[in-house]
Design a protein around this ligand. Sequence first.
Ligand code: ADP
Ligand code: MG
Length: 549
Amino acid sequence: SGDPQSYEFQAETRMLLDIVAKSLYSEKEVFIRELISNASDAIEKARYLALQGTQMDSSEADMKIHITTDKYDKTFTIQDSGLGMTKEELIENLGTIARSGSKMFIKELQEAGTTDPQSIIGQFGVGFYSAFMVAEKVEVYSRSRLPNSVGFCWSSDGCGKYTIEECEGVEPGTKIVCHLKIADREYADEQTVKDVIKKYSSFISAPIEVNGEQANNIQPLWLMDPKEVSPEQHDEFYRFVGSAYDKPRFVLHYRTDAPIDLRCVLYVPEGKPGLFDLNRDRDSSVSLYCRRVLIMNKAENVLPKWLRFMKGVVDSEDIPLNLSRELLQDSALIRKLRTVIQNRVIRFLFDKSRKDTENYNKFFTDYGIFIKEGILSAQEQVEKEEMAKLLMYDSSAKPVGEKVTLPEYISRMQDDQKDIYYLATPSRELAESSPYFEALKKKNVEVLFCYEPYDEVVLMQLREFTDRKIISVEKQMRQSKESVDFDTSEGSLRRSEANELMDWLKTVLAGRCWSVKATPSLESHPCVVTVEEMGAARHFVRTQFSQIP
Ligand code: ADP
Ligand code: MG
């Protein structure tokens, strides 16, 4: 060992520490949850590496989390026998903001301006740094479990600098000593600590001992009987597995043995998706377990991409423990798992759409875009149609604010109606007064209104639903074989006049339109431009026509 070396925190870290130190968290006690969750992560990482055959020091170590409290010294100490950290890892992990949650927090903060960090901090976890909410000094003793590692002590008062020093007698794993501020000495009280653990960390799978006594119930929540899990337990578990700070809006707790062994708890967040969630490359928020052993956090491919907004845990006894990343990428087993889960989630959401319509509508407003993405990326028609059951649209048959599903639309179709009609339009108002809709409205045919440009792309990809073609009202109008009763109907042009007009239009619009036809479908509009498909791209057509002299 030598003299302690001094380092400066990275600028962003300093900024975070500053905010944390001013303790904007209303509940400081969450620092216990954060340190426990780090200890638990470290233990699971070590366990996983051991299972994979990585050689490690004292692999017989007990995989427990030990917490000790000392009222006289005002200390809160947490020790784990997890993976531990090398000197470089101490610098990297505790001196810079490596963690995505903190990174995002800082980013949001910079974008929002620093005026009101309070309003956003609640949505983020500040992890390890939360210890500085209650501690005037934090010491981290750590020794990597990888062979031939030596121990180090990292120490800081959270004010810009920290030191690292080699240290004798450090156990493999990590021990964190929080020297509590006088005002926060309550966290050196055993009962207080036990209560906090009960509140936040009862589902942690490693045993947690407080001054030698076990303080958590180590039954993993997803293996419990769904009926025995309380909403509060789900809330907390959701925050833990999803690194989230809101609540779940929907909970799917599901167990099956066939065609594959599966225990899972999956959540739809209460919060709306951010831009970050829309990114197809964002990390998954699902952890994959096999018989309670964590195989992989942020497990890709266990859920299909379009379900990346869901958070939770999937446990399957059929997964080999030494599952490699390559195998996880694309094995028949994972594909099967993914299909089973996708079908179950679709069934679950479809059920919600019928039994909990109000909440489902909100869900669809917030997350419908993912379902549309799912339809666009699905390979098989059956799969697309399964997802399409979850779509909702405004409809000419319903007042503003009420939406309909495709199965519902079909159930109302008139006997002589073969196809499903939609109108792509920027708004309900324009839809109602649209010349494209006029004729069908007169015949009382229901039309779905869709407002987003990509809605039409989705419906075109879908093409049909339970053997009914899905077509745009414009296409319907183009294909209509109905002819005009020239001469006979009152106020109408004579056939010769109409022909003359059409000939003139064809000449003027030469090269700009495909054909000019007379139609009986219009009542209150003299003419209408139709495009075969992609009516939403009509603005493009409009600019073309605006150049007509
Ligand atoms: P997060 O847990 O989200 O990554 P934290 O701020 O809580 O963020 O922790 C930062 C990093 O420090 C962790 O990712 C981990 O690499 C390291 N770390 C923290 N606590 C421990 C521990 N008890 N054992 C090993 N590594 C740890
Ligand atoms: Mg953490």
